[in-house]
Design a protein around this ligand. Structure first.
Ligand code: ADP
Ligand code: MG
Length: 463
């Protein structure tokens, strides 16, 4: 069976399911399915979490089987498995194959100083490569832009490339990845010279050059590179002379057909204190932002970082980390590394108990009394529904069930009365809350997967 054919069948099946179950239901549960391929007479579909897999199996398993059998006679069964988001891999792969990648036989030349002018930093962190960057909705655009620049520097429309986003979202990682990629390429038979530096280093070198009266040399060096990358440009704000120097370097390089890559914590338009003419130039190329991570992306990142260590990190643990450490990938990674180091050191398996023990400080720093709003937010996020649906009148199961779970948790975790809880959920009656509590209690008894999920939510909110 060839792939395009399968993909077309899958697209038809998805379309049909979407029609049958409606948009919301589809988006909440089914959109996350990824077709992996055929295994004998089985079609293999991945879902991102165990919970989702069980849900899809229980609610749509038969329908999926029937639809596949209708579409393709060779298929006897649908196998739902838990796996990474293959669409991300797909994107990475298609982008990778788009460019003919120069594989590096010997990594030594990457650091070959011949490739770049003296005194300019080569990216030193070898783990900041494209293949170690986990791609998801929040960063796929920035990632694609970075790959494009790495494949084809100084391509019109992508020069300068301006990457921006909050702390720890991967700006430096992407810049290093571009630099690595370029330092292995030899488009015209000669190496591309890349200068990567933080804005602070730029300033430091500039000031030192002024002091030692070697600004001409400094300028020449900078203007001789093929690609200039300046990380954390926001540090140049208020440093007028350095900004001015950067502006001239920038212009000289762009005019000479060289590539510029810049990162900052805000967009050019929002970087107040930036000279207007520099702002204008920065806005001329491609501006790409790294959005805050989503829960799904955080899980994927944890999976990607845990896999090569050979330590088995239970999904529950990853879920807890992804729920609790939300703002910064560096911190998320740090927490995971601590668990792995601990597991290695004491040859102990990673467990929820270990998390409490080893990450006590990180997790307790975030401790506070749980509020109903917090419960609503977490539950909505977990089930991928809108926060407003917690108080809306909509009764579709895909929103009604999470709403009931949130009511149940509000009753369990706060000291609010039933009428008070009802009011927070769109002025519902206290009997509705009571009904929700008993319904959820009943489902917990009956359905272990459901119970596990509510338990996870409870623990996250509580710990
Ligand atoms: P920034 O420069 O935006 O502050 P970094 O690039 O230094 O952030 O990223 C912080 C840490 O998080 C690094 O260790 C980086 O490898 C990691 N990281 C961030 N985003 C991702 C991602 N999408 N995939 C893998 N690692 C990531
Ligand atoms: Mg950085």
């Amino acid at each position: 069976m060839d792939e395009p054919q399968l993909a077309a069948q899958w697209a038809r099946i998805r379309g049909r399911l979407q029609n049958e179950v409606g948009d919301v239901e589809y988006r909440s549960w089914l959109r996350q399915m990824t077709l992996v391929g055929v295994d004998g007479d089985e079609i293999v579909i991945h879902l991102t979490t165990r919970f989702l897999r069980d849900w899809v199996r229980n609610h749509y398993g038969d329908r999926l089987n029937a639809l596949w059998q209708q579409e393709n006679r060779q298929i006897r069964r649908v196998a739902l498995r838990v796996g990474g988001d293959a669409s991300q891999v797909g994107l990475a792969e298609s982008l990778a194959s788009e460019q003919s990648r120069v594989e590096l036989a010997d990594p030594a030349p990457v650091n070959g100083e011949a490739a770049r002018p003296d005194g300019f930093g080569a990216p030193e962190n070898r783990s900041f490569t494209f293949d170690r960057f986990v791609v998801g909705k929040p960063n796929e655009f920035a990632y694609a832009c970075a790959r494009r620049v790495a494949a084809q520097p100084a391509c019109p429309g992508f020069n300068p490339l301006f990457l921006y986003g909050g702390v720890g979202l991967g700006k430096t990682h992407l810049m290093h990845a571009i630099a690595w990629e370029l330092s292995t390429a030899r488009p015209n038979g000669r190496p591309v010279s890349v200068a990567y530096m933080s804005a602070e280093t730029f300033m430091y070198k500039f000031i030192t050059a002024i002091r030692s009266q070697s600004t001409m040399e400094f300028k020449e060096q900078l203007r001789s590179v093929d690609v200039l990358m300046v990380d954390d440009l926001q540090f140049l704000i208020g440093k007028d002379n350095t900004q001015e120097e950067f502006f001239h370097t920038f212009n000289a390089l762009v005019e000479a057909g060289k590539q510029i890559v810049v990162s900052a914590d805000k967009s050019p338009s929002d970087l107040s204190g930036l000279e207007d003419r520099l702002r204008t130039r920065l806005n001329c190329g491609m501006v790409a932002d790294l959005h805050a991570t989503t829960y799904e992306l955080r899980i994927s990142i944890l999976q990607a970082k845990a896999a090569p260590t050979g330590i088995d990190v239970p999904h529950k643990v990853m879920e807890l980390l992804a729920h609790r450490i939300t703002s910064n990938v560096r911190e998320l990674e740090g927490a995971l590394n601590r668990l792995i180091a601990h597991a290695n050191l004491f040859t102990r398996p990673v467990t929820m108990e270990m998390v409490q023990e080893v990450l006590h400080d990180i997790l307790s720093a975030r401790d506070r009394k749980v509020t109903i709003e917090e419960i609503q937010r977490r539950v909505a996020e977990h089930y991928n529904i809108r926060l407003t649906d917690m108080s809306s009148a909509r009764r579709a199961r895909a929103v009604a069930r999470p709403r009931q779970i949130a009511m149940y948790l509000a009753k369990q975790l706060t000291s609010r009365s039933l009428p008070e809880i009802g009011r927070k959920f769109g002025n519902r009656d206290h009997t509705t809350v009571m009904h929700a509590c008993s319904k959820v209690g009943e489902l917990i008894e009956r359905d272990p997967a459901f119970a596990e999920d509510v338990e996870l939510l409870r623990r996250m909110l509580e710990s």
